[in-house]
Design a protein around this ligand. Sequence first.
Ligand SMILES: *Cc1c(COP(=O)(O)O)cnc(C)c1O
Length: 412
Amino acid sequence: MSERPLPVHTTVEPFPTEDNCLVIGGQPVTALALRAGQTPFFAYDRGLIDARIRRLRDAMPERLELHYAIKANPMPAVVQFIADRVDGLDIASGRELRVALDTGTDPREVSFAGPGKKDGELQDAIGAGITVTVESATELERVLGIAEAIGRTPHVAVRINPDFELKTSGMKMAGGAKQFGIDAEIAAPVIRRIGEAGASFSGLHIFCGSQNLRAEALVEAQQKTFELVLRLAEDFPGEPDFINLGGGFGIPYFKGDSPLDLAPIGETLQVICDDMVRRFPNTKPVIELGRYIVGEAGVYVCRVIDRKVSRGQVFLVTDGGLHHHLAASGNFGQIIRKNYPLVVANRVFSDELEKQNVVGPLCTPLDLLGDKMDLPRAEPGDLIAVLQSGAYGPTASPAAFLSHPPAVELLC
Ligand SMILES: *Cc1c(COP(=O)(O)O)cnc(C)c1O
């Protein structure tokens, strides 16, 4: 590990360095580039994923089940690694369904949410015996019809669109008019219908939003969520298998962001779990997390192809960009573009920094990874690593835009 100070704007947390080179999963990125056979590539550090899940478990009530939302990072090897360490998987498409079942996870611990599920996806889900989380009254009728046609009793949960919002979230997914879930005030007849139709009532799913760094906001949403669950409980056709209280735990991406304080969230969930076990002794309390589990464990590595100066500004033109990592370019839900933390991966520390722009190969000014960043002077051949890149990378990016090859993904 180098003793020299970091460039002021960057951090290599949580990755060590060796000979001034970033190390992921025990291997320098220069070695990983050889393993990948190309740049750009994503590398995910299994040790960091494991440590993150352990820390979560320590901070959360013992009864609380932890689910992984596959959409954050659906690489099969990553999903398998996480599946062996969590209690269930949340999916949102037929393909995620196959990845989830391939892990060997008990189908009853897999739940399928998302608007616009197709008949074929519903049939696969009902046939596999996983929980289908219905997002509308009409979707429930389709589930019942398909289940009858294939002679299965479906396990059905109801996604509720609550009558409140999760404040200060990166993405709000509940409250007001939304395509997600059934509005709380009209959910009772849908919940009753599950019992009347002879289906198995799995529970409720209430997910308010994503990427939240404020514990107070999450605590408030969890309390309101549980109050809503208790109101809706009058219409439960039986004791539910689980109550999914959502998630939304954020990770720090930008200068000035502080990591989420888990302690108050764990305390609130402990109170909720204690209350829940009194009222519904057989119901599992669940939270579902995606980026919090994988986001900080991954990097995106690309190579400098050209270095040019335009009217006094330096541009490092790399082979990586928004086609693999839309979020790092600032075009995936951000309102104001900010730089993800990035480093010159084969020359992390340097006494001499230079203001440089890091751009990609696409023919659009949106293809920007680093805007006027103070970095060690980089040359063609050097590697650039974008940190905080374990979630919403390749599968949340327009890979076909400009027809460049896809990024390779490595689990290290
Ligand atoms: C996207 C999503 C998640 C995961 O969100 P993260 O911010 O990655 O934790 C969880 N649940 C639902 C319903 C989602 O749509």
